[in-house]
Design a protein. Sequence first.
Length: 179
Amino acid sequence: MGRRKIDIAEVKDPNDRQVTFSKRRTGLFKKANDLSVKCGAELAIVMFSPAKRPYSFGHPSVNVVADKFLRKNPTSNYVRENDAPDDEVDDIERLRQQLSVVEVHINEEQKKATELDEREKEQETSEAQNKELQNSPVLRRMVEDYVDAIEVSECMLLLAKEPVIGISNRPICKRRRRN
């Protein structure tokens, strides 16, 4: 079925409005980060939630971009690519790419760490259950019964191979009845 066009209007329910704000804010900040990393753009985003809480994102920082925008401090500490020599621009781009790679590795390692934590918790719970079972008198009695049954089976097998002295090992034959 594809995407449908929706009308842009204010969300009426306050809970739905807060959820929509949170999701859209996260997406907007991700897009801004991509833009700053891929294009080297200096940007700042300042917004207030429906609950009047402030949220901001900036690259290199909100203050640097705001100062530059308001012309309080037209030359920021951030190296502008237009003013930098070509070799510095290449270095900046190379460092940005390295930063992106490192961020990806950090995210992957964090995912691995959470998976390992979950596995460790599962293992701890299973070890605790194993200890409970080992100390269980019911389980201990069941194991003893199985050991006794195995010993009896071994004795029966030995008797089948070597009969007791005085008992013949000949097969029992059925006699025919005469009518």
